[in-house]
Ligand binder design. Structure first.
Ligand SMILES: [Zn+2]
Length: 276
């Protein structure tokens, strides 16, 4: 399920920031933690207490702003068992400092509400390179390094379950590593931008020139996402992490048309809370 489909950290009325959840046998695997991810899970009807694994693709605020909040708030919602988090450094330091920052509330709820201490439940695994990430009775997860300068490392993740394979691109320019990771997958969720609209997006901000150059260098156009999906031979391409995220002049039909230029499989234009 797509929890948030807008690209960029600015809070918006139209769409939440990047997050997805894969649910297998009532176990929740959350990929990226943009602003509001815990509330989006509530809207999605996924019980927060089923949170078991958190994956961060890269350390940009539209993907990690609510990383700590998700775990903390899930704990207040009854999660009392182990959680593993996976992602690029400095994930361990971020986790440690987050619990320090919120120690007052956490300690109060332990002593006052009888909750189990939170920090010992959370096991952090910093990822430095591509390869196998984890596997359990539901899924096998692998990571590839993608191209999202200057953020290094930036990962895409592939989830193989007995009935389906799902790849989450994270943020990237067109990536040969992602093509390999996604080979033959059922579903590829790919971040996309619409280059003709980038000028309108950056016109609102004082750092327009630098922001435009940065976006064009580290994101993938919808047309190129179609090319990646075609090269990888996936069945379904799901467009998400839209840049710009809320330009009324870029319609669903335009995103679809751009992706279909290069891809002959099924294209889905993502939206918040869409279940694939
Ligand atoms: Zn990013």
């Amino acid at each position: 399920m797509l929890l948030g489909t807008g690209g960029g950290p600015r809070p918006r009325a139209a769409s939440a920031a990047s997050a997805q959840v894969i649910v297998s046998n009532n176990v929740a695997y959350v990929i990226d933690c943009g602003d509001g991810v815990a509330r989006q899970l509530a809207f999605a009807g996924v019980p927060l207490a089923t949170l078991r694994h958190v994956f961060i693709t890269h350390q940009h605020s539209d993907h990690n702003a609510d990383y700590g909040n998700l775990i903390w708030l899930a704990w207040t919602a009854g999660m009392g068992t182990r959680v593993d988090s996976w992602g690029p450094p400095p994930l361990a330091k971020m986790t440690k400092l987050f619990f320090e920052m919120n120690a007052y509330d956490i300690n109060t709820r332990v002593s006052n509400e009888g909750r189990v201490p939170l920090a010992p439940l959370v096991h952090v695994h910093e990822l430095h390179g591509a390869g196998a990430v984890m596997s359990d009775e539901n899924v096998k997860v692998r990571a590839a390094l993608v191209d999202h300068p200057p953020v290094v490392p930036a990962f895409a993740y592939r989830f193989d379950a007995p009935d389906r394979s799902i790849v989450i691109s994270g943020d990237t320019a067109p990536s040969p590593n992602l093509v390999k990771l996604a080979a033959g997958a059922d579903v590829l969720v790919h971040s996309v931008m619409y280059p003709p609209a980038i000028d309108r997006l950056v016109a609102r901000v004082p750092n327009a020139a630098a922001l435009k150059a940065s976006i064009l260098a580290h994101q993938t156009s919808a047309e190129d996402a179609g090319r990646v999906a075609q090269q990888a031979g996936v069945k379904t391409l799901v467009l998400s992490h839209f840049v710009p995220p809320d330009d009324p002049e870029v319609t669903e039909a335009m995103w679809l048309e751009a992706a279909r230029r290069q891809f002959r499989g099924t294209v889905i234009v993502g939206r918040d809370l869409l279940e694939v």
